[in-house]
Design a protein around this ligand. Structure first.
Ligand code: SF4
Length: 928
C-alpha cells in the first residue's frame, strides 16, 4: 500500500475542492498530500492560472483532517487495548506517521546541528580603561571631528540652557555578570524594569489574554510575499468548507493592521513599529513603577495602563477573538474593519489567536525571520509550513538578515550618545558608563572607516579592491567580519554583550528621548530666531540600524560580508557612505525551520532551477531526498505560442546585450516589429524591457523617428510609471481601453485595435499583475534582463555561490557571460568576477535573469480559456545548447516546462508573422 493510500487502499479524496478538479489539479493535490505524508522538504511547481492556491488549500487541509481522524481512531484503539490489558500504554503504540516522524526528526536534528559561532575577546573592565582605547578618542580623522563639531555648532543647546528632567532620561544601573569572560552573557539590572528589544518587530507587549495553545496541535503555516497575495489566499479559502471548519488567522505588519490614527499617520513602517512599541513601553514603564512600589509582591497588570487607547480594554480584545472564531476566515482588510468597528487593536487581537489556530496565514518575513517568529510566539514544532511564491526564496530569506547603517545615521547616533554622555556622565553607574563609552568607540571607528580615505593600510586590507563607480561617485570594498573588526581595532569588544546591553538597558530609548527633547527645545528656540535646526530623521531608527549592524557582526565569520561604501572626495557633500552586512548563506537560517517543522513545502509557478535552491538552503539533503513535482499548464497546447525572434522584419538581427543595445538601427528594427504586431495581434500587447532607462531610450528613439506615430495609429500606448503608487491608475486605463475596444471600438480613433503596455522587468507589473485575456494577448520580452554586473553586492553573492562546496573557487578559466563586453568602470569589475566563475556563480547570475523572464511572461494566460503569444526577442534565445557563445547553459533551458515544450525557434521573421496570424485566427475561431 502506498503511503498516499488510506487503510482501504484508496487514494485521498479532496472533497473540499469546490468544483470538479482538472486532472492536473488532482495530480498537484496528490503530490502535496504525498509530500506531507513523507515530511521533509518538497518543491511543487504549478504554472499560474492553474488553480494552485485552491489545490494547496484542499490538499494540505484535507491531510490535516485525515491525520486528526487517524489519530483519534488510533487513540480509541489504544484506549480499548489499554483497558483490555489493564496496563500501561506502550510507547510503540504511537501512530506510525508520528513515530516515524519523531525518529526522522531526531536523526535530522543530529545531522543538521550547526554550532553557533562563538564570541571574540571579551569586554574586560580593564579593556575599557584609558590605555586600551587611548587612541580611540583620536580615532576620528580630523575631517570627521570637524564635521561632528560642525554639527554641534549652532545646533547644540548647552546643558545649562536646556531645562530637562534628569530622572526621565536616566538609565537604571546595569552590569553584566562575568564581565570580561566569554560566559553566557547573563546580565542584571539593579532595579526591576522591562526589557525592550531593539528589533523593530519585537514586542514589549505582555501577551496576556492570548488563547491557550492546544498541546501538540497540528498547524499549517501558509506564507506568501505580499499582503495582496495573502488576501487572494483567503478569498480562495472562503470558497471551501475549510473556511469555517478550521480556525484561521491572518497576520501582518503593524503598518497594515494599526488603527491608531496618530500612529498610522507616521506613514513609514519602521516609525509605526517604533511608535507602537514606545506606547507599549509607556504602559510597561507604568507597570514597572507599580512593581517597584509593590515591595516584591506580585504585579497585577491591567490593560488600562496601556499607552495605546486601542489596547486599553481587555474585554474588547476578548470579544474581537470570539468574533473572528464566528466569522470564519478573514483577511487583513476584514480584521482591520472589525478592529475599527470594535475600537480594539486588530494587530494584537489577531496575534493572540495564533496559539489556538489551525491555519496561520502570514507574510514571508514573519515566518522566516527567527526574531519575528519568537516575538509572534509561532511554534513550528510538528507543523506544516507552506511557502508560496518561492521562486526567489533564497535571496528573499537572506535579505531579511542584511543590515545597513548610513553615514548620516552613524553621525546622528554618535552625536546623540555623546550629548547624552556629556550630560549624564556623573549620574550614571560604572556599567552604563562603560557600555556607553564602548558604543562611542564603535561609532567613531565606523565613522572613520567611512570618512578616512587617506588610511592606506585600511584600504589595502580590503580583500576586494575598491572600484570607483562613475555613475554614483562612490567606491566599494568588502571584508569578512573578523577582518573588518581587526582593521577597525575593535576586535577586543564583546559584541554579544554589547548587543545584550542595547536590548536590556533601554539605552536606545533614553538617548533618543533625550535627543528628541533637546531637538524640540532647539526648535522652539529656533522659532524665536535663535537657532536653526534641521533634524528630521528618527534617532531611534538610526540607533536600531546600529544595533542591527552589531547583531550582524556576531554572525559566523564566513556567513556574510561587510560592504563599505564611501563617497569619493569630490562629492563628500553627498554624505552617501554606508556600511552594509550582506548575509550570504541561508543554510543555518533554513535549518532552524526544518528542524522544527514536520514538512516544508515550497510552492510556486516556476521553481526551477531547484538545484540552486537546494545548494543554498538545504545542501545536506541529497537531490533524491528532495521531492520535486511539476505539473503542466491547464490550457491546451494551441492556446500558447512561444517563439524566439532573432531577426526583425527587415532582416536586422536582435542583440540586446550590454554592448549593442543602444544601436539605433536595432531599436528601429524593434519598432518595425512592433508596428507589425499591432496589425497581427488583437487587443493588448505587453512589452518588457530590462530597465526603466532602456525603456525610456527606446521610447524616445521611436518618438523621434516617427515609429511611435505609426504604432499609435493602431494601438494606444501606455508606459509603466516609475512610482509604484501610480501603476494602478495606468493599468486601469490600459484595461478600460481594451474593454472599450472589445465592446465596439474607440470613438475618438476607430482605427485603433487595442493598446500597448510598455513595462519593465522587476517593476511592479512584472511581479504580480494579472494580465489575463485581452490585457496580455502577446508578451514581448526584449532581450535578456541580466542584472547589472556593476552591482557590488550581487557580485559578492556570485563569488560566494561560486565557492559553495568548492575549496578553491576563484581559480577559474576564462568563460564569458554571454559575450557581454563592458565599457566602463565597475561593470568591468563585475564582468571580471563573472568570467572567473567556473560553475555555480555564473549559473546563479544566469538564473537571476531567467527567473525574471519567467516571472514576466507568466503574467499572461491566467485561466483555462485564456490564450497568448510569447515572443522572446533576442538572438541569444535562439541559440542551441551547444552554441559557441560560451554561455554555461542555454537561457531557454531555464524556461518553465509548459513553455519550453512548445517553444518554436526560427531565424526567419516571415515565419514568426505567419505563425502569429494562424494562432490568433485559430483562437478566434474557437470562440475565446
Ligand atoms: S497597539 Fe495596535 S492600534 Fe495601537 S499603535 Fe500598536 S498597532 Fe496601532
Amino acid at each position: 500500500m502506498s503511503k498516499m493510500e488510506d487503510e482501504k487502499g484508496e487514494a485521498p479524496k479532496f472533497q473540499g475542492f469546490p468544483y470538479k478538479p482538472y486532472s492536473i489539479q488532482i495530480d498537484f493535490m496528490n503530490a502535496l498530500y504525498q509530500s506531507l505524508n513523507n515530511g521533509g522538504v518538497s518543491m511543487l511547481e504549478s504554472p499560474t492560472g492553474t488553480g494552485k492556491t485552491l489545490s494547496i488549500i484542499c490538499s494540505a487541509l484535507q491531510w490535516v483532517i485525515d491525520q486528526r481522524h487517524q489519530q483519534k481512531s488510533e487513540k480509541r484503539v489504544e484506549s480499548d487495548q489499554h483497558c483490555a490489558k489493564g496496563g500501561e500504554f506502550d510507547s510503540d503504540d504511537e501512530p506510525d506517521w508520528m513515530r516515524n516522524f519523531v525518529v526522522n526528526k531526531d536523526d535530522q536534528g543530529q545531522d543538521k546541528k550547526i554550532k553557533k559561532s562563538k564570541i571574540r575577546v571579551g569586554i574586560g573592565k580593564g579593556n575599557f580603561g584609558r590605555n586600551r582605547h587611548a587612541g580611540c578618542g583620536e580615532l576620528l580623522s580630523e575631517d570627521v571631528e570637524k564635521d561632528c563639531c560642525r554639527r554641534k555648532e549652532g545646533k547644540n543647546v548647552s546643558s545649562d540652557v536646556v531645562e530637562l528632567s534628569d530622572k526621565e532620561f536616566l538609565l537604571e544601573e546595569y552590569e553584566s555578570e562575568e564581565e570580561g569572560a566569554l560566559g553566557d552573557g547573563k546580565s542584571k539590572r539593579k532595579t526591576l524594569g522591562v526589557s525592550l528589544s531593539s528589533s523593530s518587530d519585537e514586542e514589549g507587549g505582555d501577551g496576556s489574554g492570548e488563547e491557550d495553545e492546544e498541546e501538540g496541535k497540528l498547524k499549517v503555516y501558509f506564507c506568501s510575499r505580499t499582503h495582496s497575495q495573502l488576501s487572494q489566499f483567503i478569498t480562495e479559502l472562503r470558497k471551501t468548507v475549510f473556511s469555517n471548519e478550521m480556525k484561521v488567522v491572518c497576520l501582518g505588519s503593524r503598518k497594515n493592521f494599526c488603527i491608531n490614527e496618530e500612529v498610522l499617520k507616521l506613514g513609514n513602517p519602521a516609525r509605526i513599529n517604533e511608535r507602537c512599541l514606545e506606547l507599549q513601553k509607556k504602559k510597561n514603564d507604568k507597570v514597572s513603577k507599580i512593581k517597584n512600589l509593590g515591595a516584591g509582591g506580585r504585579l497585577r497588570r491591567t490593560k488600562a495602563s496601556s499607552g495605546c487607547p486601542m489596547l486599553r480594554k481587555y474585554k474588547l480584545q476578548k470579544h474581537f477573538r470570539s468574533e473572528i472564531s464566528q466569522q470564519g476566515a478573514m483577511d487583513i482588510e476584514d480584521l482591520v474593519h472589525l478592529g475599527r468597528s470594535m475600537k480594539t487593536c486588530p494587530y494584537y487581537g489577531s496575534r493572540s489567536i495564533v496559539p489556538a489556530a489551525d491555519l496561520i496565514v502570514l507574510p514571508y518575513q514573519s515566518l522566516l525571520s527567527k526574531s519575528s517568529r519568537e516575538s509572534l510566539g509561532l511554534n513550528l514544532k510538528n507543523s506544516i509550513v507552506i511557502i508560496d511564491e518561492a521562486h526567489n526564496l533564497a535571496d528573499s530569506l537572506l535579505s531579511m538578515y542584511d543590515s545597513k547603517i548610513t553615514l548620516p545615521q552613524l553621525e546622528d547616533v554618535h552625536y546623540h550618545i555623546e550629548k547624552y554622555f556629556e550630560r549624564f556622565r556623573n549620574l550614571l553607574g560604572p556599567g552604563n558608563r562603560r557600555y556607553i563609552q564602548t558604543l562611542m568607540v564603535i561609532c567613531r571607528a565606523f565613522l572613520q572607516t567611512l570618512c578616512n580615505k587617506e588610511d592606506a593600510s585600511f584600504v589595502d586590507s580590503c580583500q576586494h579592491n575598491a572600484k570607483a563607480s562613475e555613475a554614483n561617485l562612490a567606491s566599494y570594498s568588502s571584508m569578512a567580519i573578523n577582518e573588518f573588526l581587526f582593521s577597525l581595532n575593535i576586535d577586543n569588544i564583546n559584541l554579544i554583550k554589547l548587543r545584550q546591553y542595547l536590548n536590556e538597558s533601554n539605552i536606545m530609548h533614553k538617548v533618543s528621548a533625550y535627543g528628541d527633547q533637546v531637538v524640540s527645545l532647539q526648535k522652539s528656540l529656533a522659532s524665536k530666531g535663535t537657532v536653526e535646526c534641521g533634524e528630521d530623521a528618527s534617532t531611534l531608527s538610526n540607533f536600531r540600524a546600529l544595533a542591527d549592524m552589531l547583531l550582524s557582526l556576531t554572525n559566523k565569520d564566513g556567513d556574510g560580508r561587510i560592504i563599505i561604501s564611501r563617497t569619493r572626495p569630490a562629492c563628500t557633500e553627498q554624505r552617501g557612505g554606508y556600511l552594509k552586512y550582506v548575509m550570504l548563506t541561508g543554510e543555518k537560517i533554513f535549518s532552524e525551520i526544518l528542524d522544527e517543522a514536520h514538512a516544508v513545502v515550497l510552492a510556486g509557478g516556476t521553481l526551477q532551477p531547484i538545484e540552486e535552491t537546494r545548494e543554498r538552503l538545504f545542501p545536506w539533503l541529497l537531490p533524491k531526498q528532495l521531492h520535486f513535482f511539476s505539473c503542466s499548464h491547464i490550457v491546451p497546447p494551441e492556446s500558447i505560442l512561444p517563439v524566439t525572434v532573432s531577426h526583425g522584419p527587415s532582416g536586422q538581427s536582435f542583440d540586446f546585450s550590454y554592448s549593442s543595445r543602444s544601436s539605433t538601427k536595432m531599436i528601429q528594427e524593434l519598432g518595425l516589429l512592433l508596428c507589425n504586431l499591432t496589425v497581427a495581434v488583437p487587443e493588448g500587447i505587453v512589452l518588457f524591457f530590462s530597465s526603466f532607462d532602456y525603456e525610456g531610450l527606446v521610447y524616445d528613439a521611436w518618438k523621434a523617428s516617427g515609429i511611435l506615430e505609426r504604432i499609435l495609429k493602431k494601438k494606444r500606448v501606455f508606459r509603466e510609471p516609475r512610482k509604484n503608487t501610480d501603476v494602478e491608475c495606468v493599468l486601469k486605463e490600459y484595461k478600460e481601453t481594451i474593454d472599450k475596444l472589445s465592446a465596439g471600438g474607440l470613438k475618438d480613433n476607430p482605427a485603433q485595435t487595442g493598446a500597448i503596455l510598455s513595462a519593465v522587468v522587476g517593476g511592479k507589473i512584472s511581479e504580480g499583475i494579472n494580465l489575463s485575456d485581452g490585457m496580455g494577448r502577446c508578451i514581448v520580452m526584449v532581450g535578456l534582463p541580466y542584472p547589472s554586473p556593476s552591482d557590488f553586492e550581487l557580485m559578492e553573492r556570485v563569488k560566494f555561490i561560486e565557492g559553495l562546496g568548492n575549496p578553491n573557487p576563484m581559480k577559474t578559466s576564462n568563460l564569458s557571460v554571454n559575450d557581454e563586453i563592458n565599457n566602463g568602470g565597475d561593470a568591468k569589475a563585475g564582468f571580471d568576477v563573472l568570467r572567473s566563475c567556473r560553475h555555480r556563480g555564473k549559473e546563479y547570475y544566469e538564473n537571476l535573469c531567467m527567473k525574471a523572464v519567467n516571472q514576466s511572461i507568466g503574467r499572461a494566460i491566467r485561466h483555462i480559456n485564456d490564450y497568448a503569444a510569447i515572443l522572446l526577442v533576442d538572438t541569444r534565445y535562439a541559440y542551441t545548447s551547444d552554441s559557441s557563445k560560451g554561455s554555461f547553459s542555454h537561457p531557454t533551458s531555464k524556461l518553465p516546462e509548459w513553455i519550453k515544450g512548445r517553444l518554436v525557434s526560427t531565424d526567419n521573421y516571415g515565419d514568426v508573422h505567419r505563425m502569429l496570424h494562424q494562432f490568433f485566427k485559430h483562437n478566434k475561431n474557437r470562440g475565446f
